[in-house]
Ligand binder design. Structure first.
Ligand SMILES: [Zn+2]
Length: 325
């Protein structure tokens, strides 16, 4: 009797339950196909020509795909989504200002392309084919996260008086950003020194750089043959952001930014002292200190601020406008 009951139940399952199971599997397969189709259909924008600095080749790709590659290169993928969106808007703004730049300049530097992948000249960029080299097993997940942040801000750029702004950014500072005028000269009303919290979360918030005293003297003498080695450090003046504006070294007044480049310091926000035959620089923050701080943006995002609020702090007075990407 038991055997018979088991047989009846099995038969019932085969006749009634299996077709439902099959339908449900097919449904989820359909949904997954549909999802993939939708992703492929996403408009990544019109084409942009990019000069690949490493290979010397010019390629074209959809605009927002290029922006995704820039954000992959410029900001840690583990950062908060709203910070990544802020970075996407800054990268897009920079790109549009380059597109608008003088075509003759581009001809020389980029072989006619709108932008290049050299971080020293334009912006760093990671092609999609190389993300696994950068992120290993996390590559797909990180790329998806960044691409989604880019598409959530599709076409958005920062403008001031209807022109794309100079959307410069840096990794971290000492609690305040720098006035652009203190670093590069010129007046940029939206690039003023502002308070920036959470900077100490950056692993490069505080770095120490030591240099042999003789090497220090030789380096300064090479640039300034009149240097008087009997005096070490004299007056130091600082910018509103806290960086060294000028410092008297061996009787010569030297810009803090010049010291930064001479000794390859992480920033111009430093203290200096001599200990025996060693010169010690204690350096705060990483980068020029102007515009958006990436660690500051990440901290703001962690405190619940959205990308527009973050951008409004670091580019005060600029507004978000649409660019037809
Ligand atoms: Zn370039």
């Amino acid at each position: 009797m038991k055997k018979f009951l088991l047989w009846v139940i099995t038969l019932w399952l085969i006749i009634f339950a299996l077709p439902f199971l099959a339908v449900s599997v097919k449904k989820s397969a359909d949904a997954s196909e549909k999802g993939q189709k939708n992703r492929a259909d996403i408009d990544m924008g019109k084409e942009i020509s990019v000069y690949l600095a490493d290979s010397g080749k010019c390629v074209t790709m959809p605009f927002e795909e290029y922006i995704t590659g820039v954000v992959c290169a410029e900001m840690p993928a583990l950062f908060e989504v709203e910070a990544i969106k802020a970075q996407a808007v800054a990268a897009r703004t920079y790109t549009v200002s380059k597109i608008n730049a003088n075509a003759n300049d581009l001809q020389d530097a980029h072989k006619g392309a709108s932008i290049c992948t050299s971080p020293a000249h334009c912006q760093a960029y990671v092609p999609k084919e190389e993300i696994s080299k950068k992120w290993g097993n996390n590559a797909e997940e990180f790329y998806k996260k960044i691409k989604s942040a880019v598409l959530d801000t599709k076409g958005e750029i920062l403008t001031y008086q209807n022109e794309p702004i100079r959307a410069v950014f840096h990794s971290s500072n000492n609690g305040r950003t720098e006035n652009a005028s203190d670093v590069w000269g010129g007046d940029f009303p939206y690039l003023k020194s502002v308070e920036s919290l959470g900077e100490d979360l950056s692993p490069k918030f505080l770095t120490e750089y030591t240099v042999d005293y003789k090497v220090f003297c030789d380096t300064v003498k090479k640039e300034y043959p009149d240097a008087d080695l009997s005096k070490f450090v004299g007056d130091i003046s600082r910018t509103e952001g806290g960086a060294v504006d000028t410092i008297e070294i061996f009787g010569i007044k030297i810009k803090g930014t010049k010291m930064r480049s001479m000794f390859m310091l992480k920033s111009a926000n430093f203290d200096i002292k001599k200990d025996g035959e060693t010169v010690i620089f204690t350096v705060h923050g990483y980068g020029h200190g102007v515009g958006m701080s990436q660690y500051g943006a990440n901290y703001m995002a962690s405190q619940g601020k959205n990308y527009a609020e973050i951008l409004a702090v670091y580019y005060n007075g600029a507004q978000i406008s649409m660019y037809n990407s």
